[in-house]
Design a protein around this ligand. Sequence first.
Ligand code: TXA
Ligand code: MG
Length: 320
Amino acid sequence: MLETEILAPDVAGVARAAVLLAAGELVAFPTETVYGLGADARDGRAVAGIFAAKGRPRFNPLIVHVADVTAAERLIELPEPGRWLAARFWPGPLTLVAPMRADSGIADLVTAGLPTVAVRVPAHPLAQKLLAAFGGPVAAPSANPSGQVSPTRAEHVIEALAGRIAAVLDGGACPVGLESTIIGFDGERAVLLRPGGLAVETVEAVLDAQVSREPGGTVTAPGQLASHYAPGAGLRLGANRPGPGEAWLGFGPDSEGIAGPALNLSPSGDLTEAAANLFAHLRALDTMLGEGGAIAVAPVPEQGLGLAINDRLTRAAAPR
Ligand code: TXA
Ligand code: MG
């Protein structure tokens, strides 16, 4: 068990939170919507820790928080209406989903392997100070255990996550109390992916156009399985060894020393490391195999982050 630090909303508290984030630790912090559970978005291991702390049974993609529009545009390629919305509503309770830049440095686990990233510039002064002090992108879902309501006070975070996270920055109550509105884009067409703290009518007034309430086309609703990365190669789960022509995705010490295209999610059998490697390894093996190949996957224990890893592997293995 960790001793979760409760950090005061002052210069020292913010500095400590930034140091912990830089060390790959998890820090809950207030935004104007709800408290987020933050980790360095470039550090796959730290991001895997978010899923472990929340007990998330699935790897849903996470929102990346940055200090300003300039920092956001280093991560994503916004279509024109997205730039208007950013100029008008950031900082604020709006999240924009757009194609990720090749050099964004965002860990695969943040996007669940998707080519897009959800980005938000929070307005809460403490969130702003933390992002400025940290100086990098912070991946953060709402700071509640999976399946529970989002926390709007530091006490809610402590009640649910004490001992599982390094610290919570105490900023009192969140003024909006409702998660951010998520907008994606189908080309230049804005699509509502999740209603939230910013009324969609307000967004429409700025765009002078209707925002589609029906995700579809190239944009998919948050959490939908179709929106997740699936390798082109077929997957054979619970395998002992690769068969002829198969690539190997191993787990643990028994999976070492296998010839052919082979990667190990974690040679030491560490589930956090395995989670951090999952999407990158699937993608790498997929690329090595080319058309029509198959990947044999070693069994991953059904405990802790293993549940989310197996959920993801099962979806990737399902016939399409
Ligand atoms: O107000 C908020 O948005 C809070 C604060 C902490 O910022 N965050 C929050 O995060 O609600 P979370 O993880 O509870 O919800 C993130 C949502 C999910 O529905 C997820 O599917 C969606 O964002 N999402 C993230 N990346 C996406 C992407 N690339 N494409 C589509 N949806 C995405
Ligand atoms: Mg949530």
